[in-house]
Design a protein around this ligand. Structure first.
Ligand SMILES: *Cc1c(COP(=O)(O)O)cnc(C)c1O
Length: 344
């Protein structure tokens, strides 16, 4: 079975990075965790490094080690999960910068890798990762004496600009870090859009680079073209797919395309998503199955060979809306089965 083609426009990724960079007077990093939001961390990071990005962020030391192999030693790679038990070799050999989340992690770091660079993640209210205010007060002077390279925190509600949590976390971050002469970072994509008060020394956009909300000025990055495996004509009253959820109300032509929920096209997108034959909308009919999707191509021009699920007519966030989820989840769910092509 021929797999669907996921095209990633690296020039659009670079332009999105440049556009976010142009919004600030500080450094702009790039978050490439989860295989670069499903698009390929190594290729994305190499393109951004050529464009001038010097700071990359991943979730785990394992991701960091892989990224180091792809990009070489010119750029910083920070690890959000910090220094976990078992990470020391990867951190040391790949020259990663763990963002330490607790006193336990700090002890592990200074015992295992004395003198090696690290940053500190502070919890300013999200209650997910980072040292709590009380914990930080207790170790702050000792920690700062070890010269961390970055102090960072993460916003819980930055996709909602007028949410009071934003100002509250900003104030907490300032209380915890003002007066300390160490670079600071608070903003991901959403925070970058909140304005200069949130920028500090380094921003960490992820989803905006890949064309996703909340960066509504982003250029689209992804197109997904799905090859048609088979076409059939069905009569009024015939059903399509598992559980007979769709019944033909007119004589209809049905195309079966290669790709399904095992490729991250979760079943819930069937609740409204459309495959496009050029400009002609061919609605998904019947259930999305593991490897296949069926669409009504009665109105298509001729016999389509390929139908487009993600592209100018329907972006990643539009697809996410049908499934009542967010673009991030659609992107990171793309599996390993696609033929990935890159436009440079
Ligand atoms: C994922 C993540 C980011 C990037 O967030 P986006 O919303 O994708 O820009 C930045 N910082 C931290 C701590 C993260 O976990």
């Amino acid at each position: 079975m021929t797999s669907a083609t996921l095209n990633i426009d690296l020039t659009a990724v670079v332009r999105n990075w440049q556009a976010l960079n142009a919004l600030t007077d500080c450094e702009t990093g790039a978050v490439v965790k989860a295989s670069g939001y499903g698009l390929g961390a190594g290729v994305v990071a190499r393109a951004l490094a050529r464009a001038g990005a010097r700071h990359f962020f991943v979730a785990t030391a394992h991701e960091g080690a892989e990224l180091r192999t792809s990009i070489g030693h010119g750029q910083d790679i920070y690890v959000f999960s910090g220094h976990m038990d078992g990470d020391t070799t990867a951190i040391e050999e790949a020259g990663l910068i763990p963002l330490l989340n607790s006193v336990d992690q700090m002890l592990r770091q200074v015992e295992a890798l004395p003198g090696a660079p690290f940053g500190i993640q502070l919890d300013t209210g999200m209650n997910r990762l980072g040292m709590e205010p009380a914990e930080w007060s207790a170790v702050r002077d000792i920690a700062i004496a070890q010269k961390p390279v970055l102090l960072m925190s993460h916003l819980a509600c930055s996709d909602t600009p007028d949410h009071p949590m934003n100002a509250q976390q900003l104030a907490q971050f300032r209380t915890m870090t003002d007066g300390v002469d160490i670079p600071r970072s608070l903003a991901a994509t959403g925070g970058t859009l909140l304005g200069p008060a949130y920028h500090f020394d380094l921003t960490r956009p992820g989803v905006g680079l890949y064309g996703g909300l909340p960066f509504d000025g982003a250029e689209a990055v992804v197109t997904l073209d799905m090859p048609v495996i088979q076409i059939r004509d069905v009569a009024v009253g015939e059903t399509v797919g598992y559980s007979n959820t769709w019944t033909a109300k007119r004589p209809s032509r049905i195309a079966t395309v290669s790709g399904g929920y095992a490729d991250g096209l979760i079943r819930a997108i069937g609740n409204g998503a459309i495959l496009y034959n050029g400009d002609v909308a061919c609605p998904i009919v019947g259930r999305v199955s593991m490897d296949l999707i069926t669409a009504d191509v009665t109105d298509a021009h001729g016999i389509p060979e390929v139908l487009q699920l993600i592209g100018p007519h329907q972006g990643v966030d539009a697809l996410a809306d049908f499934a009542d989820t967010i673009g991030y989840e659609i992107l990171t769910a793309f599996g390993g089965r696609y033929h990935r092509t890159y436009t440079e």
